[in-house]
Design a protein around this ligand. Structure first.
Ligand SMILES: Cc1ncc(COP(=O)(O)O)c(C=O)c1O
Length: 424
């Protein structure tokens, strides 16, 4: 079968036909055959305020009528300036400067380039990174280099992506206070390689695409201390965790840790358009200061600071206040905890809940074959991967709708297809 539209991560000859969406409102996807599905995963975790929110729509339409895009070189636009100010206000004080780019992956690349150039500008060049196993930071080259090293992309692109260092990622290290095995390993790697390492990069509190492994606030505090001790920068990739997903506006708020560089994406533009932000501390910014004859930061994508994307982001941030989004996330978290924690069936090895993230980990990926079709029959859209049946719903989901998602996930685990481990 030959297709014009090439799909992500898909063997095109065997990829199933796409399910066609003709309209989407709130948490509902309306299909061309008349069915409607609750989107249990917010279009890859981005549509945090639901589809077609009237206030975001109005802001977007107004901006389109003025102009959608204006190059951010020589010309300025209010939405980009205002969004940079808002992001600085919302994040810890050392983060004072915002560099916009087109996607989460590019935002991570920007952070990595900033870290490398920062050290180069200081006259102590360092260009390697310490990352964590199971991590996912995006699909562009530098991002692949800091993603899990045993995952397919590393072998496919060996030679293109630079070789980095990897530390094991803790899993649910709820109470580690600084002396756990994982930190001991991180410290020994830092002690041995600090002179080469530009930065440590981590998804704070939870790795999402890498299997929902959790790291604790204490782990992040210790990581900050070790980075300071060994003179290595710290990058938080909050592309997935940012904007309320873990229960606080940012995961760093729970850890009370400020990285040197913070990457935001996905929920930033509420699933309306692609955009990302890399926030840098005063110290990083000062490393590019012309008074020290330091070269300027060498990056400048066409669509950085896109006025439409920034206007959408501003409208989305207003909704956190106007519609008390973090309270909704807290309700969803409670519901997920009540709904998943007592799931005790053969084949389920763990359930995990953090903010508006609910995960059922199973012992064998074969058990999840058929789960998506099963959920669709019950009016729910989810997309399990590997050994994870999960939901990351839009925050506007009601308790009844969330119940439907949870019941569907539980019902699959209790089904004969799951229990026989061969799917349907
Ligand atoms: C933690 C993290 N970083 C980066 C990315 C890449 O973002 P994008 O797909 O917008 O390039 C993702 C995407 O899932 C992510 O989860």
């Amino acid at each position: 079968m030959s297709r014009k539209l090439w799909l992500p991560y898909a063997q095109m000859d065997t990829a199933p036909e796409l399910i066609r969406v003709t309209n989407a409102q709130g948490v509902y996807l309306h299909l061309d055959d008349g069915r409607k599905l609750i989107d249990g995963i917010s279009s890859w975790w981005s549509v945090i305020h639901g589809y077609s929110h009237p206030k975001i729509n109005a802001a977007a339409k107004d901006q389109i009528d003025r102009f959608s895009h204006m190059m951010l070189c020589g010309l300025g636009n209010d939405p980009a300036e205002l969004l940079a100010e808002r992001l600085v206000e919302m994040t810890p004080d050392p983060l004072q400067h915002v560099f916009f780019s087109d996607s989460g992956s590019v935002g991570v690349e920007v952070a990595m380039k900033m870290a490398i150039q920062y050290w180069g500008n200081k006259g102590t060049p360092k260009s390697r990174f310490l990352a964590f196993r199971n991590a996912y930071h995006g699909d562009t080259t530098a991002c692949m280099s800091v993603a899990d090293p045993s995952e397919g992309m590393h072998s496919t692109f060996r030679g293109l992506a630079p070789e980095q260092l990897f530390a094991p990622m803790p899993n649910d290290c709820g109470s580690c206070g600084g002396g756990c095995d994982h930190l001991v390993q991180v410290e020994s790697m830092l002690a041995a390689q600090a002179s080469e390492l530009a930065a440590v990069i981590i998804e704070p509190l939870i790795q999402c695409a890498g299997g929902f492994r959790r790291n604790s606030p204490e782990f992040l505090k210790s990581l900050r201390r070790l980075c300071d001790q060994y003179g290595v920068l710290l990058i938080f990739d909050e592309v997935a965790t940012g904007f309320g997903r873990t229960g606080t506006m940012f995961a760093l708020d729970q850890a009370q840790v400020c990285p040197d560089l913070l990457v935001l994406g996905k929920g930033l533009t509420c699933g309306y358009s692609a955009h990302a932000a890399t926030l840098a501390s005063r110290q990083i910014y000062a490393g590019f200061n012309p008074s020290t004859a330091s070269p300027a930061f060498m990056h400048g994508p066409t669509f950085m600071g896109n006025a439409l994307a920034c206007r959408i982001a501003l409208a989305g941030l207003d909704l956190f206040v106007e519609e008390n989004r973090l309270a909704s996330v807290a309700c969803t978290e409670n519901q997920l905890e009540r709904g998943l924690s007592n799931l005790s069936v053969e084949g389920v090895v763990d359930t995990r809940v953090l903010g508006a993230i609910g995960v059922i980990e199973v012992d064998d990926p074969k058990r999840l074959v058929g789960a998506q079709a099963f959920a669709m029959e019950r009016g729910v859209w989810i997309r399990p991967f590997e050994r994870y049946l999960y939901t990351m719903p839009p925050y506007v989901i009601t308790t009844q709708e969330m119940d439907r998602v949870i019941e569907t996930m539980r019902a699959w685990c209790e089904s004969d297809a799951f229990q026989s481990g061969v799917g349907t």
